[in-house]
Design a protein around this ligand. Structure first.
Ligand SMILES: [Zn+2]
Length: 226
């Protein structure tokens, strides 16, 4: 229970399990920050790659993930990254169960959380996820707020890591003396460092957020579920 010793917590969520995660994990570790990585095990298995703004984005092979994400959390992002709203109940459940199964097999730990691929969700999908045994699921829409979310299955991040207002939000969070617990929850994709040439910006943010004695740094599950 971090709330017994801290009023503020910081956590990160990164999607897709891609090659640029290697550089991102190095930066997170350098600044002693903790994150959750949402993985499509089906695409890791097939080493699926796609082109985005002239950059080839490659999935990391399944067998390399355990070592890379040591000290962080891995969570479900479905087996093959479909638009869940287009699938039948059985297909949605299968996408989630297959990912849970392979993540557990790869990491020897049962995943507890999830990020919706493309941020696509509705009440029907939320009900299926609740039945799958997962305990939280992140959407894309930002709260622009650091108040802990009351709905862990429609979990809003504070904002995207490269949101135009992120520095304002961070400054406000760091300066706050509120007695209520607060969570700064930032999400993104490591390939944004490459395609938007933002590695320096990302490092500046990590540096600014690191080494505050009054802040708890944890993975999503450590911050949300305790
Ligand atoms: Zn994704």
């Amino acid at each position: 229970m971090w709330q017994q010793a801290f009023k503020k917590a910081i956590t990160f969520s990164f999607d897709d399990g891609i090659e640029q995660d290697i550089r991102l994990v190095e930066l997170l570790n350098k600044y002693h920050l903790k994150a959750t990585f949402n993985i499509n095990t089906g695409l890791a298995k097939s080493q699926y790659a796609f082109t985005l703004q002239d950059h080839l984005i490659k999935r990391l092979p399944l067998e390399t993930l355990k070592e890379l994400y040591q000290g962080h959390e891995v969570a479900v992002h479905t087996y093959s990254h479909p638009f869940l709203a287009d699938l039948s109940d059985e297909e949605v459940l299968s996408e989630i169960q297959k990912d849970i199964f392979l993540l557990e097999k790869t990491f020897n730990v049962k995943p507890l959380g999830m990020a919706y691929p493309y941020g696509s969700y509705d009440d029907r999908i939320v009900d299926i996820i609740k039945k799958s045994g997962l305990t939280y699921a992140r959407i894309i829409e930002p709260s622009n707020d650091t108040k802990p979310s009351s709905d862990l299955f429609r979990l809003k991040p504070t904002c995207h890591l490269l949101d135009e207002h992120v520095h304002q939000i961070i400054d406000h969070f760091l300066q706050s003396n509120s007695d209520e617990p607060q969570i700064l929850y930032l999400w993104g994709h490591s390939y944004e460092g490459d395609i938007e040439h933002k590695w320096e910006v990302i490092e500046d943010i990590f540096k600014k957020l690191s080494n505050h004695k009054n802040i708890f740094y944890g993975t999503n599950q450590e911050v949300l579920l305790s």
